[in-house]
Design a protein around this ligand. Structure first.
Ligand SMILES: C[S@@+](CC[C@H](N)C(=O)[O-])C[C@H]1O[C@@H](n2cnc3c(N)ncnc32)[C@H](O)[C@@H]1O
Length: 252
């Protein structure tokens, strides 16, 4: 798993956020080293970040992501072979932007640590309906090749539990197959049965070609069961390859 560092402007495009949307209490889950909350804070927006990785790394996460992004430049070139993510001019531009974003993240988590909460889907450390709007980018559906449908079901219900109005998720495409998550329609039907309406909307942002759509969950009518359903854990650990490369070999 990769910890990425997208910007406020990317979030705005990815989730088709209006000024009115941002006039609410917002949760970014999982936030990674994104600068959305940092930049939102500068604009007076009430936004909170949650990520599993904050239990392990906090202030140093920005620096780790910066080093990892630079280290993985060649890998990113291969992963994006055949396409240029439309947001970036080229891979070097992606590295430059993620580096700048992770620096903003790093400064903000040091200055406003209370805005960065350690927590893991599908068991977030917030009471029901704690946020008006919950944004979730590049974990659910995106890692659909590694995280099973049970995790997806539990994660979607958990995101809906902490949202008073809406959850928006991007992308709906599994990153390494380039196809829409196979269980999407089935999960949407199950959510509808639980009182959570959903719709797919096109957005003016693509990371991979053809992935420019988000899922919007309408949560106002959802009443989560009082006792949480058994929580499944899905672990796809972050690999810090730049650190592995720095380890001495057995011979040396
Ligand atoms: C690809 S990053 C996306 C970060 C950010 N949304 C962005 O677009 O830049 C995926 C993030 O998911 C986090 N993550 C993985 N599994 C998680 C879980 N079960 N609960 C919360 N965060 C998780 C990772 O630590 C990582 O920061």
């Amino acid at each position: 798993m990769l910890v990425s560092a997208r910007s406020f402007a990317e979030y705005r495009a990815m989730f088709a956020l209006t000024d009115r949307d941002l006039d609410q209490r917002v949760l970014d889950c999982p936030a990674g080293a994104a600068s959305f909350v940092a930049e939102a804070g500068r604009r007076g927006i009430d936004a909170v970040a949650v990520d599993r990785e904050y239990a392990v790394h906090r202030e140093e996460l920005g620096l780790l992501v910066e080093r990892e992004t630079g280290f993985k430049r060649e890998l990113l070139v291969q992963e994006t072979a055949g396409f240029t993510p439309s947001w970036y001019a080229d891979t070097d531009d992606l590295v430059r932007q993620w580096t700048a974003n992770s620096r903003l993240f790093r400064a903000d988590i040091a200055a406003r640590p209370e805005r960065y909460v350690a927590g893991a889907l599908p068991g977030l450390p917030f009471p029901d309906a704690s946020f008006d709007l919950v944004l979730s980018s590049h974990l659910v559906f995106s890692y659909g090749n590694r995280l099973g449908e049970e995790f997806h079901r539990a994660a979607l219900l958990e995101l809906a539990r902490v949202a008073r109005r809406e959850v928006r998720l991007f992308p709906l495409m599994v990153y390494d197959t380039g196809e829409r998550y196979h269980g999407l329609d089935r999960l949407r039907e199950e959510l509808a049965g639980a009182g959570i309406g959903s719709r797919v909307e096109r957005v003016a942002y693509e990371f991979q070609p053809g992935d420019g759509e988000m899922l919007v969950l309408s949560c106002a009518g959802y009443r989560p069961p009082p006792a949480a359903a058994p929580r499944t854990t899905a672990v796809d650990p972050v690999r810090w390859r730049h650190r592995e490369a720095a380890l001495p070999t057995a011979c040396g």
